[in-house]
Write a protein of this length. Structure first.
Length: 334
């Protein structure tokens, strides 16, 4: 007798997906727990970590935001290889405003986020009609070009960069500021992608010709998604400028492009939460392996390969399926 494994939605999940027909406090907890646990965890982590791992947590939150930024673009059909562009532009915007004009970090951070998002959108606006690898190649090339322009013209400090930036008042403000922005971006943009507006963005990725035939200007929506992603990445660059009190050409390094992609792939692309989860796994692991020297890259690569082969859908999709469904063996009808 042959059998096959069948997946069935849990009753609570089936009732709560759209209409929230909950029958008890237990079911309310079932619905709220996946949302409350990351909030409680992020708020409690700074209190239990030492000074070194608190600094690592800053990097984790920044790379999680960059991964969310990448995922927003990917869900709109724009696969970017240039998150370093967003990071670097935001870093230089904050650095210039603070170094030359003496603006407070609490002013430069929001201004650099918006201004950086606008600059990145304008830079990539002419190539929005490109799709697939062609758009990706442009996003990869522009940061490299900006590095050479800064090096050749010696603008904004040239190869030496700008130093002496005003730091944020304390490590606690740094931690809870970036965590608050991370949680706001995660839940805010997840809500946006589940709305009618988000359905249009996903439709552009699935079949942009059908969306055009519906009378929708897809390039306007792609430009808006590009601004959202650029603003998030620019905030990350502006924030780290005030943390390190320095801005220079290293802000366009490929690490700021590659690691967010790896985090999104490991965590689960298309979910935003998966992108953040991937960053919370990869960045601390990278720090933990730092003492191994050259073997660090080898073990890091092996870890990524194992995850991609074992869980090609991503960790978040796997956890979500296990949480919302149960499996049983059923007989195969002849």
């Amino acid at each position: 007798m042959k059998k096959r494994k069948e997946r069935i939605d849990r009753g609570i999940k089936a009732r709560s997906s759209d209409i929230f027909a909950l029958l008890s406090w237990r079911e309310m907890l079932y619905l709220a727990a996946p949302r409350m646990l990351p909030i409680i965890g992020c708020l409690a982590l700074p209190l239990v970590l030492g000074p070194y791992w608190q600094k690592v947590l800053l990097s984790v939150a920044v790379f999680a935001l960059l991964a969310i930024s990448w995922d927003i673009l990917a869900q709109t059909g724009m696969v970017s290889l240039g998150q370093a562009l967003f990071f670097g532009v935001g870093a230089y915007c904050a650095g210039v405003m603070n170094h030359y004009f003496g603006l407070s970090p609490f002013i430069t951070l929001p201004l650099a986020s918006v201004l950086g998002g606008l600059i990145c959108t304008l830079l990539l606006l002419p190539v929005l009609r490109l799709r697939g690898i062609y758009f990706s190649m442009v996003t990869l090339i522009i940061p490299l070009m900006l590095v050479r322009v800064i090096e050749a013209t010696k603008v904004f400090g040239g190869t030496e960069g700008l130093s002496g930036m005003t730091p944020l008042p304390s490590i606690w403000i740094e931690l809870y500021l970036v965590i608050a922005v991370l949680l706001a971006a995660l839940f805010g943009f997840r809500r946006m992608m589940d709305s009618d507006y988000g359905l249009i963005l996903k439709g552009i990725s699935d079949n942009d010709r059908s969306v055009i035939n519906a009378g929708i200007n897809i390039y306007q929506y792609k430009a808006q998604a590009l601004f959202f992603a650029g603003a998030i990445g620019s905030f990350c660059g502006a924030f780290m400028t005030h943390v390190y009190m320095f801005v220079g050409m290293p802000v366009f390094a490929l690490d700021y492009s590659i690691l967010p992609i790896a985090a999104a792939v490991v965590g689960g692309p298309g979910t935003l939460a998966g992108a953040a989860l991937g960053a919370f796994l990869l960045v601390p692991m990278s720090e933990a392996l730092r003492g191994l020297g050259g073997l660090r890259i080898v073990l890091y690569g092996v870890f990524l390969v194992i995850f991609i082969i074992a869980l090609p859908e991503g960790i978040f999709h796997y956890m979500q399926r296990k949480y919302q469904q149960f499996e049983r063996w059923v007989e195969v009808e002849k």
